[in-house]
Design a protein around this ligand. Structure first.
Ligand code: URA
Length: 264
């Protein structure tokens, strides 16, 4: 797991203490599509092979994921709910899991929480078509129960890949599950909401920005003020320049003295 040492958040223990069955969640798998050992050799250019756009790659990935059976949620779902929105978005939201309406329609955040998310976006001059919206889990947990650690573990590579393809500048995590998964830390949303954190996700520097889940304001209306205040900072965060990652210092390895065969 990448160490996240910068920023105001407390340190990460080895495992999340709130895992429902005590099983530690695996940390973020921040995969890179570039194999180790440098950039892949340039593919020969041919007029007959058009380059895939980000939208093409995302669509192709969505088609693969549509038949996922990596966890038991596959048995009860109507369909996999892949992320939706602008493939070139600078701002990506990550929620928890599809609910009843999302499971039926196959689109994230189309129920009551989704309507509120759209209103909050409108408040900062954005529409859902301009951002990208995904979830930690792509399948609906029965009765909208909380995601289980083994479900998150099974599903997380789908989220990392979407982040890798979208290359957002800001990733806003909605609620506890997305915040803990993407930060790699157990600190809950109450303590970290509204505090941006520069980190590396999907191989790129992003600003991770935890926000309360919009559903929180459906149950506790005064949460709306907090949500509005946290949303109000998003335009400024999206305009911020990414700081380049710290160069990694690799200590030179002392050359082994050559062994002269036959001397020992
Ligand atoms: N809540 C979520 O976290 N995601 C959805 O898609 C809908 C509601």
């Amino acid at each position: 797991m990448a160490a996240l040492t910068d920023g105001p958040w407390p340190e990460t223990p080895a495992a999340f203490p709130d895992a429902a069955d005590g099983t530690p969640l695996s940390g973020p798998v921040r995969v890179s599509t570039v194999p180790s050992g440098g950039a892949p050799p340039a593919a020969p250019q041919s007029a007959s092979v058009p380059e895939l756009t980000r939208a093409d790659e995302l669509r192709a990935f969505g088609e693969v994921v549509a038949s996922c059976t990596k966890c038991a949620l596959a048995e009860g779902r109507t369909q996999v709910v892949f992320g939706s929105g602008n493939p070139d978005a600078d701002l990506m939201f990550v929620g928890e899991a599809p609910g009843f309406h999302e499971d039926k329609q196959g689109i994230p955040f189309v129920g009551a929480a989704g309507k509120l998310l759209e209103q909050l976006l409108e408040g900062i001059g954005l529409t859902r078509q301009e951002v990208y919206i995904a979830n930690v889990l792509l399948c609906r947990p029965p009765g909208n129960r909380d995601p289980m650690p083994q479900e998150i573990e099974a599903c997380e590579s789908h989220l990392w890949r979407q982040i890798e393809l979208i290359e957002p500048r800001v990733v806003a995590t909605l609620g506890n599950f997305a915040t803990k998964l993407l930060s790699g830390r157990p600190t809950g949303i109450t303590r970290v909401h509204g505090q941006e954190q520069e980190t590396t996700l999907g191989g790129r520097r992003v600003l991770l920005y935890p926000i309360y889940h919009p559903a929180a304001a459906l149950y506790t209306p005064r949460m709306l003020d907090v949500l509005n205040a946290d949303f109000a900072r998003l335009p400024e965060l999206m305009g911020r320049e990414a700081t380049p990652p710290e160069p990694v210092y690799v200590a030179p390895v002392a050359a082994e003295p050559a062994v002269q065969l036959g001397l020992f």
